[in-house]
Every structure is written in structure tokens, then in C-alpha cells.
Ligand binder design. Structure first.
Ligand code: PLP
Length: 413
């Protein structure tokens, strides 16, 4: 007989999530998710959808009309943009400086793009000149970039790439999942045609909703495909065309018609996630986006000072580091996984491991969203220092805290 007693009510442990994401969601976002559900076309619901569009335009720093949510985790937004923009055979250029660049290549290949990538060693980013040279050589239709790549903790400068793309008639996309809300991103000022994100990093929410924004140029590309596609659907002799978007769920043309005044039925909006996404944006705008960015910068700096105060090395050039995730070189005297295990078991603090070329070489410690706070930084430093000393690495005990406090004191916090 089925024994329901073996499945008690869910009661996960309380953890402090200080890895590269996900992080502890802001309790206000979780409370918003517990709000009562309403119907798809309830005027209250369509009103909330319009509010979500207005709030997220501010976060993306854009006037783009099409600023909305794709339901699913961050890669739902990535897939929706890539599937909707890339026609089979289109050439795309991907500058790869970490794991998420490889993800863009992989998804673009599934869209049947002709994928060309350029590489730098993990720990570096591209200069605008390197990207322009590659665009001249490859002549892509789209440039697919990652803004902040948590796998290397580095931030690719994007501010000059929009002009370059314009000169060569290239559509410009970035995955800002890990950076938005914690590092400057100016969609319109930088000439981006599409940006996608996810809630679970600097934006302070749970995973499961992907805010996206599309420029008028990108809208036209997608609308054109939709017009051709609608013509095709009425033609029974039709046997395939590159303009078809090979997804229903991720067809941004259909998603625009659903979010727009037409309100054409598409999927059932993930209401609770929409409430979370609305609250995440609202919380940031209440603090002030510039203040949110400054908060991430401050706590990122305090963490880095503390780590260095402990005598450990940080990873990557400080000029191109993300503010919200720090790579910490694992000292030779300890085993990286043993340290992480102790932190989790004895302090309920989670920090990140690494993969690919950095596996076993660095930990990744995040200070983002709801966890970009002084208490989180100081707790993590104190716990890490204690564990390191317990496991055989002697540090000057207390020095990490003093170094972090120095940063806070000089910032008046
Ligand atoms: C964390 C991260 C993601 C996460 O994608 P999910 O589908 O939400 O797991 C995507 N892109 C980048 C650059 C990230 O850092």
C-alpha cells in the first residue's frame, strides 16, 4: 500500500545561498507569489501584465514596447529570442568567454544557424576591436553575446558593440541573466536589439520567469516571419520555408500578440511567476536602479577585500569583473569541495564550485539580489575563514572581517 507518511510536508533547510545563483529570493517576491490566482483575461490580470511591461522597461533602460516575460527559466528567454530571430542557414557570431557562450552556440545550432565563434582564454573578455574584426570576417546576421558570464565571473563590455553592429547591419543580442540589476546595462544607449534575463540572480527572485526586451528592429524581423508563416498556413501545398519559427511556445510573434492589445490566446500565463517578476522590478525601482547597482558594487568590493585580507587570491582582471560574483582561487593547502561541504553542513552557507577549465581551481561567491547585504558578506567571510583554519590553512584570523569593515566604513555604511 502507498505510504503517504513517507512524504511529509516539504520543509527545506534554511540556507544562505552565496553561490553564482540561484540566491535566496526576497521574501516580498515570495509573498507576491502567494497572492490569489486570477483568470487570464481578468482586467486585473491584463492590468498587471501592462504594469510588468512598464516596470521592466525601466530595469532594461529601454523605450522598447516589447518588454515582457517569457515563462520558464532564463534559457526560455534565450531560446525564444534565438528561435524567433534566427532563420535556418543564418550566420551568427558568438564571442565565447565562458560556459554560457557555449550555450548560445549550442542553441543557435539547434536553430540551424551557421555558427561561428571566437574565443579568449577563460578569465579574459573581448575588446570591441576583436569583435569588429570578427564581424568583418564572418559577416553574421546576428551577434550573440553574454554580458556577465558567471562561469568565469567576468563582464563583457558591450557599450561600443551596438554602433559596430549598426555599421555592418548586424542584429545585437545579449544574455544578461547574471548581470542585470547588478551591473550597468543600457539597452537603448548601447543599441541592443534583444536582451534576456532571469529573476534568480541580481534581480532577487526565484528562477522561472525570463524578462526580455526587443527593439523595433527585432520586432520587425519577427513580425515579418509571422506574416509569411500565416500566409503559409493557409496554403495546403506549402512544403517548408525558412521563415517558419520552429516552436509554438517560444514564438515571440505569438507572445507579442498575447501581451499586446490583441490578447490573442497563447499559453496560460504563469500567474504566480508574473507576480514575482512584477515584485522584483518594483523592489529595485523603489530602491532606485542606480542605488541597486551601487549596492552590488559595494558588497562585491567588500567581499573581495575580505578575501584578499584573508590572504587568498581573487580570479580575473578587476577591470572586467562582475560586481556580483567573485572567483576565489582555491589555496593549495585545502580541498575545495571539503571546504564547501563544511560551509554547507556547519553554517548552512552555499558557495559555488566551478567547471570546465576552472574546475577545482576557483570557488565562486555571489553577493547578489537579496543577498547583496553586509550581514551576508560578513557571515560568509567569517565562516570561510573559520573553515579554512579548521582544515589546515592558517590565516591571520579576523583580518578578513577588518578588511571588509574598512570598505564599509569608507563608504559610510
Ligand atoms: C545563470 C545563468 C543562466 C541561467 O539559465 P537558467 O535557464 O535560468 O538556468 C543563463 N545565462 C547566464 C549568463 C547565466 O549566468
Amino acid at each position: 500500500m502507498f505510504d503517504i507518511q513517507r512524504y511529509p510536508q516539504i520543509n527545506p533547510p534554511q540556507r544562505l545561498l552565496m553561490g553564482p545563483g540561484p540566491i535566496n529570493a526576497d521574501p516580498r517576491a515570495l509573498r507576491a507569489m502567494a497572492s490569489p490566482l486570477i483568470g487570464q483575461y481578468d482586467p486585473a490580470m491584463t492590468g498587471y501584465m501592462n504594469e510588468v511591461m512598464a516596470l521592466w522597461r525601466e530595469i532594461f533602460r529601454t523605450q522598447n514596447r516589447w518588454t515582457m516575460l517569457v515563462d520558464g527559466t532564463s534559457r526560455a528567454g534565450i531560446e525564444a529570442i534565438l528561435l524567433s530571430a534566427i532563420r535556418p542557414g543564418d550566420r551568427v557570431l558568438v564571442p565565447v568567454f565562458g560556459r554560457f557562450g557555449h550555450l548560445l552556440c549550442e542553441i543557435a545550432r539547434r536553430c540551424r544557424a551557421e555558427v561561428r565563434s571566437i574565443d579568449v582564454p577563460w578569465g579574459e573578455v573581448f575588446s570591441p576591436q576583436q569583435i569588429e574584426d570578427a564581424i568583418k570576417r564572418v559577416r553574421p546576421r546576428l551577434l550573440l553575446t553574454v554580458h556577465g558570464d558567471t562561469s568565469t565571473t567576468l563582464l563583457q563590455p558591450l557599450d561600443e558593440l551596438g554602433d559596430i553592429c549598426r555599421r555592418y547591419g548586424v542584429l545585437f543580442y545579449t544574455d544578461a541573466t547574471a548581470s542585470l540589476g547588478g551591473n550597468e546595462l543600457d539597452t537603448d544607449g548601447w543599441g541592443l536589439d534583444a536582451v534576456s534575463a532571469g529573476l534568480q540572480k541580481c534581480l532577487g527572485g526565484p528562477s522561472g520567469s525570463s524578462p526580455v526586451t526587443l527593439s523595433p528592429r527585432m520586432e520587425e524581423v519577427i513580425r515579418r516571419r509571422r506574416r509569411v508563416e500565416q500566409g503559409i498556413r493557409n496554403d495546403s501545398h506549402y512544403d517548408g520555408d525558412d521563415e517558419i519559427i520552429y516552436s509554438n511556445y517560444f514564438d515571440l510573434g505569438m507572445i507579442m500578440d498575447y501581451w499586446g492589445p490583441e490578447r490573442l490566446n497563447h499559453h496560460t500565463e504563469a500567474t504566480s511567476m508574473l507576480f514575482a517578476a512584477r515584485e522584483c522590478a518594483r523592489i529595485i525601482l523603489e530602491e532606485g536602479l542606480d542605488n541597486t547597482l551601487a549596492r552590488h558594487a559595494l558588497h562585491g568590493r567588500a567581499l573581495a577585500a575580505g578575501i584578499q585580507g584573508m590572504g587568498l587570491d581573487t580570479f580575473g582582471s578587476p577591470a572586467h569583473r562582475m560586481s556580483n560574483v567573485l572567483g576565489v582561487v582555491i589555496p593549495a593547502q585545502v580541498h575545495g569541495e571539503a571546504v564547501r561541504q563544511r560551509l554547507l553542513e556547519d553554517f548552512h552557507i552555499e558557495i559555488g564550485t566551478s567547471f570546465g577549465p576552472l574546475q577545482g581551481k576557483i570557488w565562486r561567491i555571489g553577493t547578489m539580489g537579496y543577498n547583496a547585504r553586509k550581514d551576508c558578506v560578513l557571515q560568509t567571510l567569517a565562516a570561510l575563514e573559520a573553515v579554512l583554519n579548521r582544515l589546515g590553512l592558517k590565516t591571520v584570523q579576523g583580518a578578513a572581517m577588518q578588511a571588509a569593515w574598512d570598505i564599509y566604513d569608507s563608504a559610510g555604511r
